[in-house]
Ligand binder design. Structure first.
Ligand SMILES: Cc1cc2nc3c(=O)[nH]c(=O)nc-3n(C[C@H](O)[C@H](O)[C@H](O)COP(=O)(O)O)c2cc1C
Length: 180
């Protein structure tokens, strides 16, 4: 059966660099004949996990917001590609919240295996995404069927849309999409 790829774009700003990368990954995947879709956290009603653990008994979250539908997309995916800006050398709060809100999946049978992390930061240092990768690594470790299958770091990019001035990054993102 054809693998389903879910690309999650975590930035909330207009002309976001990570969303431009996410679109390239989507285009690359579709050009290669893969089944892929893009899910943006922008404009979503996404509340913090309240830690009640009701989902561990019922499989459902007590919060009624946009996460219910987004979780269905995660449930159907074989491959997850998380595309995100670096905030304070870690994951931005909205992506961490999204990952926390995947808690109804914890301890269950899950389809997703390969997880990719694509990061954008103002800093060009190779170490800039390391803490974000480590944080995602902790999440992946809680889903034994999953692994960090790859990552792409796009450093030295700060202003909205600035990634377009570094064509090597969109090109790498498109190639990543084709390789998924
Ligand atoms: C709250 C905040 C924190 C940030 N922290 C960092 C940081 O720690 N290191 C860094 O290199 N860039 C940092 N940045 C810059 C963003 O990573 C950079 O602007 C990136 O291009 C944003 O991607 P986007 O357009 O997809 O939102 C920060 C930006 C914001 C808004």
């Amino acid at each position: 059966m054809e693998k389903k790829i879910l690309i999650v774009s975590a930035s909330l700003r207009v002309r976001s660099n990570s969303e431009l990368l996410a679109e390239e990954i989507l285009a690359g995947a579709r050009e290669a004949g893969k089944e892929a879709e893009l899910l943006s956290l922008k404009g979503k009603d996404l509340r913090f996990c309240v830690g009640c653990l009701a989902c561990q008994k019922t499989g459902k979250c007590v919060l009624r917001d946009d996460m219910g539908k987004m979780l269905d997309r995660v449930r159907e995916a074989d491959v997850l590609v998380l595309v995100t800006p670096i905030y304070y050398y870690g994951l931005p709060g909205q992506l961490k919240t999204f990952l926390d809100r995947c808690n109804p999946l914890y301890g269950g049978e899950n389809r997703f295996r390969d997880v990719y992390l694509v990061t954008v930061a103002a800093d060009d240092a190779e170490s800039a995404p390391h803490r974000a990768e480590e944080s995602l690594g902790g999440w992946i470790e809680c889903f034994p069927q999953a692994r960090l299958a790859g990552s792409l770091f796009c450093g030295g990019v700060n202003g909205p849309g600035e990634i377009l001035a570094r064509p090597e990054y969109p090109a790498r993102a498109r190639a990543l999409g084709a390789s998924l």
